[in-house]
Design a protein around this ligand. Structure first.
Ligand code: KDG
Length: 349
């Protein structure tokens, strides 16, 4: 089976229990998250040979993060535990999550400056050795926002991956508290020529040089909830620029009042746009939903699903994550996701 690797920062996640607001919380539940770590874990849970490369401090927090991933069958062998003299500050990045409830949105507070990961000098990494033997590399737009060294490293990884003919997936994952939209756009524009499978980028925004004539109907931007026709047009416009991109997938949220929520997705694959079913469900914890979508699509593609199954499996994977507390999509096996995708809710007993 294909060997998967992803690179990124793993963080301690602190969440007040019972949907409490941070301002009234008297305790926090500890877990671990990070977009790329979430994907590595979800794929390992589905039985894929999955490796996560990261940098953590040489202390109990770093070790616990690694232990959590390893206990979920993720290979963390190439991990670097920084030694005390290597990094001046030995922190595991942390984020506080105030879980939304019903119509009250979630809130994230990052406490990740000077983390062992973001301070690491990645020019020391032998990328050829790191990526040798892998078939699939996943990267996100979060890592390059952390430091210049991280950004250079991500671009080098993309170059090496292409030299080695490794399939590359990339999730734009724009985080407005880490960099500006313009910085993200300019960096992602550099990455796109290396990408095979793309998530989480609103393509229209990347075209800073397009004139309105070229943009056609898209000149007012990408609608938040596009129609099939609009989304198809966006995909076509985008792949005409980047013919290297084989698949683009975008999941669209249709929020209702209260905790009810609907999700569906659009995908460009093999020269056509496909739309998933619309799933309606209650949210327990939405953080990591995008990562579950990406891991579901990667799994489906690795296993040769057809377009319709690929996109529905990816959305079903995200839907399940929304019902699980914590960043990680702890699924028992692919069958669980396939059952949901086929709307088969029978209890297995
Ligand atoms: O996709 C989930 C991530 O947002 C969460 O794990 C935290 O990695 C994280 C980040 O940088 O926002």
């Amino acid at each position: 089976s294909p060997k998967f690797i992803t690179i990124g920062e793993v963080m301690l996640r602190l969440t007040p229990p019972n949907y409490d607001k941070i301002r009234v919380a008297t305790s926090f539940d500890a877990s671990y998250g990070g977009s790329e770590a979430n994907i590595a874990l979800a794929l390992a849970n589905l039985g894929i040979d999955s490796t996560f490369f990261t940098v953590v401090p040489d202390n109990s927090l770093g070790k616990s993060a690694v232990r959590m991933l390893r206990s979920n069958d993720v290979h963390c062998t190439p991990i670097i535990l920084t030694t005390p003299d290597e990094t001046p500050t030995h922190r595991l990045g942390t984020y506080y999550l105030e879980t939304g409830y019903g119509i009250r949105p979630s809130q994230v507070i990052y406490d990740r400056k000077h983390s062992a990961f973001s301070e690491y000098d990645f020019s020391k990494v032998d990328i050829d050795a790191l990526l040798c033997d892998y078939d699939w590399l996943h990267l996100s737009g979060i890592t390059p926002a952390l430091s210049k060294s991280c950004a250079d490293f991500i671009l080098r990884c993309l170059e090496v991956a292409k030299e080695k003919n490794i399939t590359v997936s990339f999730d734009g994952n724009f985080r407005s508290t880490l960099w500006t939209w313009e910085e993200a756009r300019d960096f992602c524009t550099l990455c796109l020529p290396y990408v095979d499978v793309l998530f989480g980028i609103e393509p229209y925004h990347l075209y800073k040089d397009d004139n309105d004539h070229e943009k056609g109907d898209l000149k007012d931007g990408v609608p938040f909830q596009p129609s099939f026709k609009q989304q198809d047009q966006i995909f076509r416009h985008f792949v005409s620029r980047y013919p290297n991109i084989k698949c683009i997938a975008r999941h669209v949220r249709y929020a209702h009042s209260g905790s009810e929520n609907s999700l569906k997705a659009f995908m460009w694959y093999q020269g056509e746009t496909t739309e998933s079913k619309l799933f309606t469900f209650n949210i327990l914890d939405r953080v990591g939903g995008g990562d579950a979508f990406a891991s579901g699509l990667i799994y489906a593609m690795m296993n040769g699903y057809d377009a319709d199954e690929m996109i529905n499996f990816a959305v079903a994977s995200s839907v399940i994550k929304h019902t699980i507390r914590g960043d990680a999509n702890i699924t028992d096996n692919a069958e669980t996701i396939r059952n949901l995708m086929n709307m088969n809710y029978d209890i297995k007993r």
